[in-house]
Every structure is written in structure tokens, then in C-alpha cells.
Design a protein. Structure first.
Length: 101
């Protein structure tokens, strides 16, 4: 079973972040998440709340293996899927699929 969670917004919305963290905590307690695909890109370096939220996520998902696809950015961050090849394959078998609407 796979869950895809977008844990950020274009601005720091504390209520939404807290809600997302509660959902993640409930999923972790119910399903024990053991693999995480990291794909935040360099934007995390310019928005403090994203880095703080990542620490909160790491506190919830303590024992997971973290993966990224391809090389990291020049700043060492895992690449955002927008900048990955369409046919990229994740280390645990799922494909990157873009849905446009």
C-alpha cells in the first residue's frame, strides 16, 4: 500500500501543517511506514517552515528508509519529481507518473 502526501503549501499555514502531521502520525500508527521517497528539492532551503516540518516528519517516521531518485541537487537536496525523467523508476518499484489537470 502506498500513500502520497504533500506536506507543504506555498506559505506557512500552521493549521494545515499541524493537520498534515496528525494525518501522518495516524498513518504511521496504523500502517508502520517503513519507506519514504524524499523529493522536496531546493525550495526547502528558502522556506524555514519546510525544514522545520521535515524535522517533525522525521520525529513521526523514525525507523523508515529514506530514498531519493537520481542525483541530489547541487545543494544536496533530493530532487523534486517535476525535474525527474518521466520514465524514472523509484528504488522500491513505483514509477513517477505526472497527472495534469
Amino acid at each position: 500500500m502506498w500513500f502520497i502526501l504533500k506536506c507543504s503549501t506555498s506559505k506557512a499555514d500552521k493549521k494545515l501543517i499541524e493537520k498534515n502531521l496528525k494525518v501522518l502520525d495516524a498513518l504511521q500508527k496504523s500502517y508502520f511506514i517503513d519507506k519514504v521517497w524524499a523529493a522536496w528539492g531546493d525550495l526547502i532551503d528558502s522556506r524555514d517552515y519546510l525544514g522545520n516540518t521535515l524535522y517533525d516528519i522525521q520525529d513521526i517516521i523514525k525507523e523508515a528508509e529514506w530514498y531519493h531518485l537520481g542525483t541530489t541537487t547541487r545543494w544536496g537536496n533530493p530532487r523534486h519529481p517535476l525535474y525527474l525523467k518521466r520514465d524514472s523508476l523509484l528504488p522500491f518499484g513505483a514509477r513517477v507518473v505526472r497527472v495534469h489537470y
